[in-house]
Design a protein around this ligand. Structure first.
Ligand SMILES: [Zn+2]
Length: 151
């Protein structure tokens, strides 16, 4: 019996799928990650599975220290920074003291203006009964294929 190029499961039939520009034979579960180019008739009645990619952006811990230090490096007061970003100085004060988390929109402005990083990204791909976490883009389907080939 052929085995899936990604998860290694034994299957009666595999589907041809394009994953990261390479053509691979995979099981139906793994085919969800790629573009299926041929599908044996036996699977025709199966319900297509939707893959959802969810990107969650969040403000990192310690954001307030980073903002405060970067502002001080620039020799700016909280008021100066507030004016530059068209925000209230009380907003900047509360953010720097850690009492207030900036909105993502404001956090992005702060990142650019102060040349710091305070936003992290989590990408989660879900589909069927499979759930893979791609933390900060470190793991791709290509990596999974390579890992499998190394074994
Ligand atoms: Zn598979």
């Amino acid at each position: 019996m052929p085995t899936c190029s990604i998860c290694g499961v034994l299957r009666e039939r595999l589907v041809e799928s394009i994953i990261e520009e390479s053509r691979v034979s995979v099981c139906e579960d793994c085919a969800k990650f790629g573009k299926i180019i041929s599908r044996p008739g036996v699977f025709k009645s199966s319900i297509p599975v939707k893959v959802n990619e969810e990107v969650i952006e969040y403000i990192e811990e310690g954001y307030h220290d980073r903002i405060k230090r970067a502002r001080e490096r620039k020799g700016m007061t909280q008021e100066d920074l507030a004016k530059s970003l068209a925000e209230k100085s009380s907003t900047i004060m509360n953010i720097e003291s850690g009492r207030l988390k900036p909105t993502l929109k404001l956090a992005k402005k702060l990142e650019v203006f102060l040349n710091i990083e305070i936003i992290s990204k989590d990408i989660t791909i879900t589909g069927g009964n499979k759930k893979i976490d791609f933390k900060k883009d470190n793991l791709t389907i290509g990596d999974l294929l390579r890992m499998k080939n190394d074994n």
